[in-house]
Design a protein around this ligand. Sequence first.
Ligand SMILES: [Zn+2]
Length: 446
Amino acid sequence: MSSLLIKNGMIVTLDDGGRVLEDHGVLIENGLIAKVAPLGTFRDLHVTELDAHRRMVMPGLINAHMHFYSTFARGLYKTRPAHNFQEILENLWWKLDKALSLEAVYVSALVALIGGIRHGTTTFIDHHASPNALRGSLACISDAVAVARLRACLAYEVSDRDGAEIAREGIAENEEFIKECQRRALTGDSFVRALFGLHASFTLSDRTLSSAAEKAAALGSGFHVHVAEAESDEQHCRSFYGSSIVERFQRLGILGPNSIFAHCVHVNEQEQELIAASGTKVVHNPQSNMNNAVGVADIVAMAGKGICVGLGTDAMTCNMLEEVRVATWLQKLHSKDPAAGFSEALTALLVNNARIADRYWCHKKLGRIEEGAAADLIVIDYDPPTPLDSRSLLGHICFGAAESAVDTTIVNGRILMKNKKLQLDIDEERLLARARELAKALWEAF
Ligand SMILES: [Zn+2]
């Protein structure tokens, strides 16, 4: 693999020191960052160069909770009005997922992945459902990930909502795909990873959860599951199982340092303590929570308890910089304290998402620019009008860089977008035309 030297940019390392480097270069070799050093160091080096003059260079962003298939919900005007979370699921998502074919799964994923490249998201942790095109669906998404050349950690959402047979198939799909990923990891594949996917407490029986827990434990896998997204989920658990969701999941072996609990909007203090003690990761999705009117997750309290809280979009966008701005404003507004939540929201995106992804990529050092880290970087059109250093960095990202265009996206040392143009062998126009055809047919289900 060829080498690449990025020079002249303002380098935001997001390393342990949170350094911001001027007049430095980043040398990439064999998919890794080989050297970060003053420009003079590279004077006699003859490699391909990328000039990031008047731009900011930073690690590729990570989306810790996504649903690629939601691509086909965009503009869907035919759904019956929904006035609570259950109706949102029944009127929109559970109709959409049933209508997906394997081709639709592939196309929707590829469209979303291209959105990631355009917005500087280089790693996705996805959660998938297609009950009528279930077996092989994760392999289809994995094919799209290979074409887009990004990194993704995939899971199939097991649920009893479509009957016992489909729940069993969901378990088998996860099991097979996790094994496949483990095989691929041994051969050096660093692009696709897997988690055991579960929908949410209120659509999962104890029997299905126990079966999933048994299989996941045998495979050494964590879970990716929605937890207490709406109050109704928590109420359902208390009335049917006599405990909170987190207590129920603890009893059934779902917690642990490799598990992701998406949302956690309605977890109480005791549940937060169980999450913290187990090392389970929480992923906050503020735009989705606002869109579904389910409430606000108390990420300040959770971070205060030592929980690693990351940031996802729950498919509202592929743009993590947009999501982090909303996360910041929402915490301030909700707590009526303009000082609240800024640090927790930015830390979720810039530090904790990398900690979460690193668990699945076996400490490949995603989300930082330092020697030996994965060469996943983005270049943003941001030339700061005020001093940019480690002290002012978070403010610059939230109030400045987040509004600027991503110019270049690099994953594993390969340039996927340059000068805002995709550098991939994909006929995007044809892909989008096919997506519209598939969406039109899919919308007939509504
Ligand atoms: Zn979700």
